[in-house]
Design a protein around this ligand. Structure first.
Ligand code: AHR
Length: 484
């Protein structure tokens, strides 16, 4: 098989926001308790957070972490999680059926965020929560002392405001699985009032509306209604999407992210429609604040997936998708950070990396600057409802500061390498390229606590400045880094 990729560094498609390399920690399974927080572990720091998780979060280049849920947040009352730890109530979390001990609450999460050097992104309870709870939470986190809730924060040992910038207006309210599920009109009314009060408490915050997650429903109507009603308050609309190889069909699974491209394109069009109709001048972006492969551990008590090589390719394709839409997708959060559908796992107190860690780490380390629109010509395939899916999934980035060009390629083909002619339409390419590759001999290969079968390999190659040929191996993710 043969293909062509043409790059033009002047054909730009938006600056890449570092918030694309975000993550998510929910009170669910072993994500918070036994994940980021485990005071009994030999790895715990003074505050009870695991040093190895903190280090790995930094290494993976995570920029922002969403908390405390997820479905969990729709029944969460944040006042349960402040003050003396021994006096905090234990409650049954109706989202996942666990007992919530409230040992990690707002002040603890802020300690974690600081230690891991990530921006905190707090999602409020739009299910069983009230407008007062939402605005009081903003006051607790962001107001200087002198008000009831900010004084409470000081009394709890934190006089300085946390200045949390990103606030979510609820989680997946479009899903009937959600506590306090509503229709689009009812959600929009409640979220609008919450948004007003939260912004009146601190008008520097950025608000994220709960967009579509339920693609079996009229999700377009949901997004349009939410955008129309909240247009003067929100800075982002969220989108959620999970992928699974339910039919055990490699090619269908590899095509799923073309649906993600579609959801983004349609929502982008709606943002344009609403902004035009109501003459909204402020930008409204997409926060893709939950995405991942998740299908094996559905409905199980222990929501832990073991990822294989194939799953790593899907995660790389999600990232390609976000890069290709860098003009409108300005935040993305992989669900979740550790243990629960996560790129890192803890087994017998030891942290290890799942296959999906490697593409995430490569993107966050290298893909900064401007997203480019590459021209790609290659063979395509049909699989189920997916038609004319190109074997190569490509994104490209130009970093003006470092003068580096990145070409990110997933070869979806299960068995064949694809010989690709890479040309630059503008100026000369450098004479050397670094090749990062995530691959394994079998797409079913998984990593374990003892063995990393799937990981990044790195090599340097000589290239012809006018263009060169690269053979993308079967079922691989390759990142080419070229000095211009
Ligand atoms: O990430 C796991 C769950 O997936 C989240 O709680 C929910 O928002 C989504 O359905």
């Amino acid at each position: 098989l043969k293909a062509r990729i043409k790059i033009d560094t002047e054909r730009k498609n938006g600056s890449i926001d570092s918030l694309l390399y975000g993550n998510f920690t929910e009170h669910l399974g072993r994500c918070i308790y036994g994940g980021i927080y485990d005071p009994k572990s030999s790895m715990a720091n003074m505050d009870g957070f695991r040093k190895d998780v903190i280090d790995a979060t930094k290494k993976m280049g995570v920029s922002i972490v969403r908390w405390p849920g997820g479905n969990f947040v729709s029944g969460y009352h944040w006042m349960d999680g402040i003050g003396a730890k021994e006096q905090r109530p234990k409650r049954k979390d109706l989202a996942w059926g666990d007992i919530e001990t409230n040992q990690v609450g707002t002040d603890e999460f802020m300690q974690f965020a600081k230690a891991a050097n990530v921006a905190p992104y707090v999602c409020v309870n739009m299910g069983t929560g009230t407008l007062d709870e939402a605005r009081n939470w903003v006051e607790y986190c962001n107001a200087p002392t002198g008000l009831y809730y900010s004084d409470l924060r000081a009394k709890n040992g934190h006089p300085e405001p946390y200045n949390v910038k990103y606030w979510g207006l609820g989680n997946e309210v479009d899903g009937e699985w959600q506590m306090g599920h509503m229709n689009a009109e009812d959600y929009s009314k409640k979220a609008l009032e919450a948004a007003k009060l939260m912004k009146w408490s601190d008008n520097s915050i950025k608000l994220i509306a709960s967009g579509s997650s339920n693609y079996g429903s009229d999700w377009m109507n949901w997004n349009r209604t939410v955008l129309t009603s909240l247009r003067d308050q929100i800075d982002y609309i969220s989108l959620h999407h999970y992928s699974g190889n339910y039919d055990k069909d490699h090619y269908k699974f590899m095509a799923i992210t073309s649906r993600v491209d579609n959801i983004i394109d349609i929502t982008k069009g709606m943002i344009k429609e609403v902004k035009t109709r109501y003459r909204v001048q402020r930008p409204i972006y997409i926060a893709f604040d939950e995405y991942n492969v998740w299908y094996r551990a559905h409905g199980e008590q222990k929501l832990e997936e073991h990822y294989n090589m194939q799953d790593a390719l899907v995660v790389a394709m999600y990232l390609n998708c976000f890069i290709r839409h860098a003009d409108i997708v300005k935040m993305a959060n992989l669900a979740q950070l550790v243990n629960v559908i996560a790129p890192m796992m803890i087994t017998n107190d030891k942290l290890w990396m799942q296959t999906t860690y490697y593409p995430l780490q490569l993107f966050s380390e290298n893909c900064h600057g401007e997203s480019l629109q590459p021209f790609v010509e290659c063979d395509t395939y049909d699989a189920g409802d997916f038609k004319q899916v190109p074997y190569l999934d490509v994104s490209s980035v130009y970093n003006e500061k470092t003068k580096e060009l990145l070409i990110n390629v997933v070869n979806r083909h299960k068995d064949k390498a694809i010989e690709t002619n890479i040309a630059n339409q503008f100026g000369q390419l450098g004479t050397k390229a670094v090749v990062y590759e995530v691959n394994s001999s079998d797409i079913n290969d998984e990593n374990t606590v003892n063995e990393q079968k799937v990981k990044t390999t790195e090599k340097e190659i000589n290239i012809n400045g006018a263009g060169f040929v690269y053979n993308f191996p079967a079922h691989s993710f390759t990142m080419l880094k070229i000095k211009m």
